[in-house]
Design a protein around this ligand. Structure first.
Ligand code: LMR
Length: 328
């Protein structure tokens, strides 16, 4: 009988070049929940794996487990603290139990586009966030981009009132719950791997996610269409266990850190292209994309932006001001 880990390793092997780890190498397991093909995180994780296995051969090796084959996001951070996995890149919404400053990224209409998100993350405030969870055992190594979120349901969404009364899947985040409550909709936190089935069976009516996740998980197949709201951001933090990181020999830590930094810079620079490719793939698959007129968009802003007030204490007014200064 195959163990779950062995089965996951086979799946990972089928999806990318998974080098077998040799005796004596430091094993780095990287667990994530998305697909690998065309996906910003899937591509970045595969590149990281390739580079570690090539450049650190004899010292360290990486095994990437995509598609929730090893852990869901609600298990992976615990697993990391237990030493069962060494790296992951959960979305910023998934750090709810560890830090509240990340809530700024979930606030609707906080960032006008991914350039603004990138600038904020690379500011002193953003970079300090990588160390905001160290006392809870987690160290951030870098932000990885995915993109702006779009909204969909089993009926057309044009004005905010169209969402009223519907159930929407959300990531486990108080901000995202409040966002849908502001629309008089009902938020349902759920693991990423369960969303397609929940949409298909009507457990939920709608969802919000990026083009790559909408395409990668084929949500468009079981939704009426996608409304291009760009109302929020979904980004990642590459994290590791602070204890594990500290335990590495200096040269290994340094080389690994450099590779992570380079992969981060490379893939973040390519995000607009990957995002556009996924949007196009959704269109090519025959799905309807609804664009909003400026008036319609303003109505969504008005309906959702009041959520900021509920979380100002968590994220800090000065951080909101810094983000807004970048937008303008
Ligand atoms: C989600 O749960 O919708 C996303 O965070 C999944 C992902 O990793 O992009």
């Amino acid at each position: 009988l195959m163990t779950a880990v062995a089965a996951a390793a086979l799946t990972a092997g089928a999806n990318g070049a998974m080098a077998a780890c040799d005796d004596g190498e430091i094993v780095i397991k990287f667990s994530h929940v998305t697909n690998t093909d065309k996906h910003p995180k899937g591509i970045a994780a595969s590149l990281l794996q390739e580079r570690v296995n090539e450049e650190m051969d004899g010292k360290a090796c990486m095994e990437v487990y995509p598609n929730s084959t090893l852990y869901n996001d609600d298990q992976v951070l615990e697993a990391m603290l237990n030493g069962d996995v060494q790296m992951a890149a959960p979305s910023l919404s998934k750090f709810e139990q560890f830090t509240k400053v990340f809530r700024i990224f979930d606030l609707p209409f906080m960032f006008v586009n991914m350039d603004a998100v990138d600038q904020f993350q690379n500011s002193e405030t953003g970079q300090a966030m990588k160390e905001s969870m160290v006392r809870r055992g987690l160290l951030g190594l870098g932000f990885w981009h995915n993109g702006m979120k779009q909204m969909s349901a089993n009926k057309p969404l044009e004005v905010p009132g169209d969402a009223a009364g519907l159930k929407f899947r959300v990531q486990p985040s108080e901000v995202l719950k409040a966002q849908f409550e502001a629309l008089d909709a009902s938020p349902q936190p759920m693991a990423f791997s369960e969303v397609y089935g929940a949409l298909q069976t009507g457990v939920v009516d709608g969802q919000e996610n990026t083009w790559s996740n909408i395409y990668g998980q084929k949500f468009f197949e079981v939704q009426d269409g996608i409304t291009e709201t760009n109302h929020g951001v979904l980004d990642y933090m590459v994290v590791t266990s602070a204890d594990w990181w500290d335990s590495l020999p200096d040269d290994v830590r340094e080389q690994l850190g450099t590779i992570v930094d380079e992969v981060t810079a490379d893939r973040n620079a390519a995000i607009a292209e990957v995002d556009a490719e996924n949007r196009q793939a959704v269109l090519d698959a025959g799905a309807t994309i609804r664009e909003l007129s400026p008036e319609q968009r303003e109505a969504w802003v008005e309906a959702m932006k009041p959520v900021w007030e509920q979380f100002t204490d968590d994220v800090g007014q000065e951080n909101i001001d810094a983000a807004q200064a970048i937008n303008s």
